[in-house]
Design a protein around this ligand. Structure first.
Ligand code: ZN
Length: 305
């Protein structure tokens, strides 16, 4: 119902990584985002295959009373909603009370505290909407290479080897989903906000980024193969010119939401294309043209996003 997609932050980091040289801190951030995304993707698939009847909502962001809360995964079953904080950490960790750290004493944010906060805010959201339906929160460690020494007992944690037993639990009590559950899912989706306003991003600007069309499959830059196709010199992936230019326009919008989309700006952004004609044509077909001839620019069609 709401499938997992790369969020804005990850897409921006990927784009900046292809088009500029990121510093060490930004690279670590990118790796963490990729890893987290892989973990969430794995768990979403796992839930769909093993969770039985239910509605899966992935990667939600709510603003509740001025606080933002990001939820990796919600699973609406007939009798309750499961709230999952999905972790793809690997390696050894030690728990000392509420402090979790690596053997090198590097601290990990305690996911149980994050989970408590998510549960509290979500409870409030449901109350605000006058919905009474129980929540059951869990931290899920989806990486088989994760181990927590001195792990606290009686905590809502599911480790990778316990996933099968958790599936049995999910499938034990059978019950039908009704219109109530659809309404609940719809209300949650309606409350979802698309953009977290306080993203910490590395600084960047149009001038400093490499121009061209980034390959769909790797971080190479396309070269023209013929009139209709580009080819990646690194991985040999081929992509239609139209779809790759439209993808690059999306990327431009993502990185520079304040900038106007003009034939010139997209022509510069896409680098390797000689003629502006192809770009103008695509913009006219896929965007709405505003402004007069001299300062004409494009905005998304009002019936699309
Ligand atoms: Zn490639």
């Amino acid at each position: 119902m709401k499938d997992l997609k790369e969020n804005r932050e990850l897409l921006i980091y990927r784009s900046l990584n292809a088009r500029s040289v990121l510093d060490e801190e930004a690279l670590i951030c990118l790796r963490q985002l990729e890893k987290g995304f892989q973990g969430e993707k794995y768990f979403e698939q796992w839930l769909k295959e093993n969770g039985g009847d239910g509605i899966v909502l992935s990667d939600l962001l709510f603003e509740i009373g001025g606080s933002f809360v990001q939820i990796d995964s919600l699973f609406i079953k007939h009798d309750k909603t499961y709230v999952f904080n999905v972790k793809n950490s690997e390696g050894d960790y030690f728990a000392e009370g509420e402090r979790w750290s690596t053997p090198a004493k590097k601290e990990m944010k305690n996911p149980l505290l994050q989970l408590k906060r998510s549960e509290a805010l979500l409870t409030r959201l449901l109350q605000d909407k006058s919905i009474k339906f129980p929540l059951e929160p869990f931290v899920v460690f989806v990486n088989p290479r994760f181990h927590l020494y001195n792990a606290p007992l009686d905590q809502p944690i599911i480790y990778y080897p316990q996933l099968n037993r958790f599936a049995e639990k999910l499938n034990q009590k059978r019950g039908k989903l009704t219109g109530f559950h659809d309404m609940l899912a719809k209300k949650l989706l309606d409350s979802h906000v698309e953009e977290y306003p306080f993203l910490k991003l590395p600084g960047y600007g149009f001038e400093g980024l490499r121009k061209g069309i980034v390959c769909l499959k790797c971080e190479g830059f396309y070269q023209l193969l013929n009139r209709a196709f580009f080819i990646c010199p690194v991985c040999k992936n081929k992509e239609r010119a139209e779809s790759s230019i439209l993808r690059s326009i999306d990327e431009y919008k993502l990185l520079f939401p304040e900038k106007k989309i003009t034939t010139d700006s997209i022509h510069t952004w896409c680098g390797s294309i000689k003629s502006k004609k192809a770009i103008r044509k695509l913009l006219y077909e896929n965007y709405e043209n505003l402004g007069n001839n001299r300062s004409s620019y494009f905005v998304p069609l009002s019936n699309s996003d």
